[in-house]
Ligand binder design. Structure first.
Ligand SMILES: Nc1ncnc2c1ncn2[C@@H]1O[C@H](COP(=O)(O)OP(=O)(O)O)[C@@H](O)[C@H]1O
Ligand code: SF4
Ligand SMILES: [Mg+2]
Length: 322
C-alpha cells in the first residue's frame, strides 16, 4: 500500500469560455500522505475549488492522473468509480446553500445512506443517523429541525455528517469554516481535527485564510493562477517562505510567533487573466525579482531543500536571502 493516499500527476482542468481557454488548474502535481492534512491556500479564483473537485471526480479533468491508494482514479468506471466516489467526499463552504432547505436534519444525513443502499432496515438507518449526529456533535433533539432553524456551525456539522456517512478515506474540505463566525470556526476546526485523529481521515483543506491553514495543516501548498508555486511542511513554509508570492501573502497577515517580523510586501499590478495565459511565470507582472527568463520560460516546481518545493527561476537568490 502506498504511503500517499493521494498522488496527483500533471493535473489540468481547462474551461472553454467565450474569450478562450481558461486554465483553472494547470499542470498540478501533489501528494497527500495517508492520515495527513494538506492545506491548499491562494487568493480567490486561483483554482483551489476546481482542483479539489477534479481530484474527487466531481469535475472531469482535462488531462493528468489522480492516483488514489496507488490506482489511477481517472480511469475508474462502473462500480469501481462508485466506490471511489464513496471513499472521496467533500464538505462545501456554505452549508446553507449546499443543504436542501425542505429536508430535516435526519433526512439530510440519511440521504447519502439511502442513495447508496447502505442500510438494510429503517432501524439500521435511524441508528446510523443517530451515530453520525453524535459523531459530529449534533444533539439528538435536532433530528427533526430544518437548516434555517440552525446556526451556521450546526449546518456545517450536517454537511460534515453527510460527508462521513459512507466511511470515506479522503475528504476535500473546501473553505469549511469561511462562512462561520470566528468563535464557531474554532469549534468546527477542532471537530475536524478530532475526527481525523480518531478515524484516520486524509484531508485536502482549502482556504484563502493563511492563519486557518497554518492551524490545521501538516503540509501546505500555495496556488497562484492555476499553478502550485510552493509546497513545504507547515513550519518550513511559514518560517521560510521562498516563493515571492508566498512571501507577499505571508507578509500581509499578522501570524503570531512566526519568525522575525517581516516588512509588508505590497503586491503591485493586477492578477493576470487565467484565459490563454502567456508562457513564463504567471507571477512575473507583479514580481520584484523578475529576470528576463521569467517571461520566457515557465518555472517548474523543484525541490530546493528536502521536502520544500518552489516554482521560481530565481530560487538560488531567494534561498540565500530568505
Ligand atoms: N464551470 C466553470 N466554467 C468556467 N470557468 C470556471 C468554472 N469554474 C471555475 N471557473 C474559473 O476557474 C478559475 C478558478 O476558480 P475556482 O476553482 O473556483 O477558484 P478558487 O476556489 O481558488 O476561488 C476562476 O477563474 C473561475 O472563474
Ligand atoms: S520565476 Fe521570476 S517572476 Fe516568477 S516568481 Fe520567480 S523571480 Fe518572480
Ligand atoms: Mg473556491
Amino acid at each position: 500500500m502506498s504511503d500517499n493516499l493521494i498522488d496527483i500527476r500533471h493535473l489540468k482542468k481547462y474551461f472553454n469560455v467565450s474569450s478562450g481557454l481558461l486554465h483553472a488548474v494547470d499542470d498540478v502535481s501533489l501528494t497527500i500522505p495517508r492520515g495527513k492534512t494538506l492545506g491548499l491556500v491562494g487568493e480567490s479564483g486561483c483554482g483551489k475549488s476546481t482542483l479539489g473537485r477534479v481530484i474527487i471526480g466531481l469535475i472531469k479533468e482535462t488531462a493528468g492522473e489522480v492516483f488514489f491508494n496507488g490506482e489511477d482514479a481517472t480511469k475508474f468506471s462502473g462500480e469501481k468509480r462508485a466506490e471511489f466516489r464513496r471513499h472521496a467526499q467533500i464538505v462545501f463552504q456554505d452549508p446553507f446553500s449546499s443543504l436542501n432547505p425542505r429536508m430535516s436534519v435526519s433526512q439530510l444525513i440519511s440521504e447519502p445512506l439511502i442513495i447508496n443502499k447502505s442500510c438494510k432496515s429503517k432501524a439500521e438507518l435511524d441508528a446510523k443517523v443517530a451515530e453520525l449526529m453524535d459523531l459530529v456533535g449534533l444533539a439528538s433533539r435536532l433530528t427533526t429541525s430544518f437548516p434555517h432553524e440552525l446556526d451556521g456551525g450546526r449546518r456545517q456539522r450536517i454537511g460534515i455528517a453527510r460527508a462521513l456517512a459512507l466511511n470515506p478515506e479522503f475528504i476535500v474540505l473546501d473553505e469549511p469554516v469561511s462562512a462561520l463566525d470566528v468563535c464557531i470556526q474554532a469549534q468546527v476546526l477542532n471537530l475536524l481535527a478530532d475526527l481525523r485523529e480518531s478515524r484516520g481521515y486524509t484531508y485536502l483543506f482549502i482556504s484563502h485564510n493563511l492563519s486557518v491553514v497554518r492551524y490545521v495543516s501538516d503540509e501546505v501548498a500555495v496556488m497562484y493562477l492555476g499553478k502550485v508555486v510552493e509546497k513545504a511542511d507547515n513550519s518550513t513554509l511559514f518560517r521560510q517562505p521562498l516563493h515571492p508570492y508566498t512571501q507577499a501573502l505571508l507578509s500581509a497577515v499578522p501570524i503570531a510567533s512566526v519568525g522575525p517580523k517581516k516588512q509588508r510586501i505590497i503586491l503591485e499590478g493586477d492578477v493576470p487573466s487565467p484565459v490563454n495565459p502567456p508562457a513564463g511565470c504567471r507571477f512575473a507582472g507583479r514580481c520584484m525579482y523578475r529576470q528576463e527568463i521569467c517571461t520566457q520560460q515557465t518555472p517548474e516546481l523543484v525541490e530546493v531543500e528536502p521536502n520544500h518545493f518552489v516554482a521560481c527561476h530565481c530560487t538560488g537568490h531567494l534561498v540565500r536571502h530568505a
